[in-house]
Design a protein around this ligand. Structure first.
Ligand code: ADP
Ligand code: MG
Length: 241
């Protein structure tokens, strides 16, 4: 593992059985992501983007191949150990928010740190601070059903930020939002990279968003069809790292 990479994927293959047929969703995919960079993953619906992101973040296990996250080969870990890795340095923003319906906005944001066993008072204060940052300081005690889609996504972002992740995975984070709300969400995510140097891996079908990233990886039929750097500055950023 090159220590300037926060993520390395080696020959990652994911197959699913459907009836008596074998479906190869990811076909020996390899790439690395340098620390502090912003990478987008694009591709048609069904090309394996969500599957890839879930594997990279340690949410699922591949059929074969390796995922090395921050120097840790997560294939060697059991479910609990992978959960611990995710809690230590991974943030994940789901397309469909995935908030817990029985918890308020504030409680949803607190969950990751409560899982770590951190003191409730401090966690509570920090969660409030984050919700205020994403513009929801007056929605702390709202339940998910009492929030708009954009507001739910902002809660999900605050939850993803609370453990100060070194790498944030976002699966079409603006996909279910109107343009204006989408831009707000986009800015919040990019700010995390600018302010904290968090590495971002963003799945999107929005080519405009993809081209604001340092790099665009295009998936097609479970393989990388292209892998392009957007700006000179992006390459410079890698060299600096
Ligand atoms: P994308 O996010 O690019 O739209 P996905 O990664 O969600 O694509 O899915 C890629 C393909 O894998 C789809 O054809 C989907 O039906 C299939 N697939 C995803 N997850 C499973 C699963 N758990 N079991 C069977 N097939 C799956
Ligand atoms: Mg998807």
């Amino acid at each position: 593992m090159d220590s300037s990479n926060i993520l390395e994927i080696n020959k990652l293959t994911q197959q699913f059985k459907s009836g008596d047929k074998q479906l190869t969703v990811l076909d020996s995919v390899s790439f690395s992501v340098a620390k502090g960079t912003v990478c987008s993953i694009v591709g048609p619906s069904g090309s394996g983007k969500t599957t890839l992101l879930g594997l990279c973040a340690g949410l699922d296990r591949p059929t074969s191949g390796q995922v090395i996250l921050n120097g840790i080969n997560i294939g060697d870990l059991n479910e609990d150990e992978r959960a611990a890795v995710r809690n230590d340095f991974v943030g994940f923003v789901f397309q469909t928010f995935q908030l817990i319906p029985t918890l308020t906005a504030l409680e949803n944001v607190m969950v990751p740190l409560e899982l770590r066993g951190e003191a409730t008072k401090e966690v509570n204060a920090y969660a409030k601070e984050l919700l205020t940052e994403v513009g929801l300081g007056d929605r702390l005690n709202h339940y998910p059903t009492q929030l708009s889609g954009g507001e739910q996504q902002r809660v999900a972002i605050a939850r993803a930020f609370i453990n100060k992740p070194q790498i944030l995975f976002a699966d079409e984070p603006t996909g279910n939002l109107d343009t204006e709300t989408g831009e707000t969400i986009e800015n919040l995510i990019f700010d995390l990279n600018r302010a904290s140097g968090t590495t971002l891996v963003i799945v999107t079908h929005d080519l405009e968003l993809a081209h604001k990233c340092d790099r665009v990886i295009q998936l097609r039929n479970g393989k990388i069809a292209s892998d392009e750097w957007i700006e000179e500055t992006a390459t410079a950023k890698v060299k600096e790292a």
